[in-house]
Design a protein around this ligand. Structure first.
Ligand SMILES: [Zn+2]
Length: 72
């Protein structure tokens, strides 16, 4: 499985850490140090866990976000 993930990432697309489907290169996405999520997946996960929407900040590209709420 680790080998598979590496192969996918080398092609420019990472699997979403929540739904495990590939995150298209230009799809809205949230990038954390450990994982990549679809933006919708991240927001749904975050809301379910913390009961509020995440504070996302754009990360250079307009389709890519980082969060200020979590260290991980
Ligand atoms: Zn997803």
């Amino acid at each position: 499985m680790d080998d598979q993930v590496t192969d996918i990432q080398m092609k420019g697309a990472a699997p979403c850490a929540r739904c495990f489907m590939l995150v298209a290169r230009y799809a809205p996405q949230v990038v954390t140090p450990g994982a990549t999520y679809h933006r919708e997946c991240y927001e749904a996960w975050y809301f379910g866990r913390f009961g509020k929407r995440p504070r996302l900040v754009q990360n250079g590209d307009r389709h890519r976000y980082q969060t200020r709420d979590l260290a991980a």
